[in-house]
Ligand binder design. Structure first.
Ligand SMILES: Cc1cc2ncn([C@H]3O[C@H](COP(=O)(O)O)[C@@H](O)[C@H]3O)c2cc1C
Ligand SMILES: O=C(O)c1cccnc1
Length: 342
């Protein structure tokens, strides 16, 4: 589409929204969402029938330095819980009729070989980025390519992505710091529930890790230095989903940082990103603001797994249905304003 075609299409969507049987603008941000979905699908009658959640799991070497309230073993245990249907994400997804798939992007220890688990392991957890690069440039490429392949093989009008990886709020904080140059202190938060002393320790570790690599880095270099496998794979999946003209439901802090990386790798994907919610994790609102993103929900959630993305799905569906199914003043024979004839 040329810029002119895009402007004309946008005008026709706006006209369709404005002539629905409601006072202009009265559906508020659902109208903005309808516009966004129409532009992504390039359709005046967008379809939002199916959504799939993909949860990427991986471990982080930095977790062994003491940046989380929980031990690294929880990542693997939660993969088992996802596969058994017992996690918050499973319960919300079941409520909404959304299928869940779980990807081992690089959980520490041996491969799990659990039935139903998608094995895309890039390694047995990343190396500690306090001591050296989290992964090699080849592993970044491998993780991005795996994300692309997974997105291509996943059905849905919108794809939601979640993550599991003990220590990944530390990784996400330092990634956001290096990708945006925002100060580290506004990006470091409590994660799974660190106390004040824990947050100070996490901050000090991240400040040392940030100082380990001087100068300006490309996004690919930032990803190799700091990881993690599930974040890079999610970035690849988000990029591919958006490039295929599908909506991406972006979850909390970690998923938003994956989206930030994806946008820096491919700026044209930004319009396909729907920011589902604002997490209670300290850095999330800052990164959202940096991306000029207005999240749909703000529920003080701070879990990840895709839980926020799932809760936003009915709103995306409602927005598409409004545009597709709602009567216009003409079609319903409803008077469109004080000056109208009938
Ligand atoms: C039982 C449990 C279930 C989770 N589900 C998501 N997370 C979330 O917490 C982790 C990030 O926080 P931090 O950086 O402090 O480790 C990630 O795994 C994230 O998905 C969980 C954490 C726990 C403990
Ligand atoms: O915002 C999130 O996704 C989040 C916050 C804290 C811990 N885990 C995930």
């Amino acid at each position: 589409m040329t810029d002119q075609d895009r402007a004309a299409f946008r005008a026709s969507v706006q006209h369709a929204i404005d002539t629905k049987t409601k006072p202009p603008g009265s559906l508020g941000r659902i109208e903005d969402l309808a516009m966004q979905v129409a532009l992504v699908q390039r359709s005046l009658t967008p379809r939002m029938a199916q959504c799939t959640l993909t949860i990427f799991a991986a471990d982080h070497g930095i977790a062994t330095e003491g940046v989380s309230a929980f031990p690294q073993a929880v990542t693997r245990q939660m993969v088992g819980n996802f596969l058994a249907g017992g996690a918050a994400a499973n319960v919300f997804a079941a409520q909404l009729g959304i299928a869940v798939q779980v990807v081992d992007a690089g959980v520490a220890g041996p491969a799990m070989a659990a039935p139903g688990l998608i094995d895309r392991r890039v390694g047995a957890g990343t190396a500690s980025f306090l001591r050296g690069p989290a992964m090699t440039p080849a592993q970044v490429e491998q993780a991005l390519a795996a994300g692309t392949a997974i997105a291509g093989a996943t059905s849905g009008d919108a794809l939601a992505f979640g993550e599991m990886g003990i220590g990944n709020t530390a990784t996400a904080a330092i990634l956001a710091h290096k990708l945006t140059a925002l100060p580290l202190d506004v990006l470091v938060g409590r994660g799974t529930g660190l106390d004040d002393a824990g947050v100070t320790r996490k901050h000090d570790i991240l400040a040392r890790a940030a100082a380990r690599v001087a100068g300006t880095l490309t996004p690919m270099e930032v990803l190799a230095e700091y990881g993690g496998f599930e974040i890079v794979m999610m970035a690849g999946a988000m990029r591919a989903t958006a490039q295929a003209g599908r909506v991406v439901l972006v979850d909390g802090f970690i998923a938003t940082v994956a989206a930030l990386a994806a946008v820096q790798l491919a700026p044209e994907i930004r319009p396909a990103l729907v920011f589902a919610h604002q997490s209670a994790e300290a850095g999330h609102s800052i990164v959202l603001e940096w991306l000029q993103a207005q999240p749909l929900l703000s529920l003080d959630m701070r879990l990840g797994e895709g839980t926020g993305a799932l809760l936003a799905w009915p709103m995306v569906q409602a927005a598409a249905a409004m545009l597709r199914d709602m009567a216009s003043f003409d079609s319903a024979g409803v008077s469109s304003g004080v000056d109208s004839e009938d």
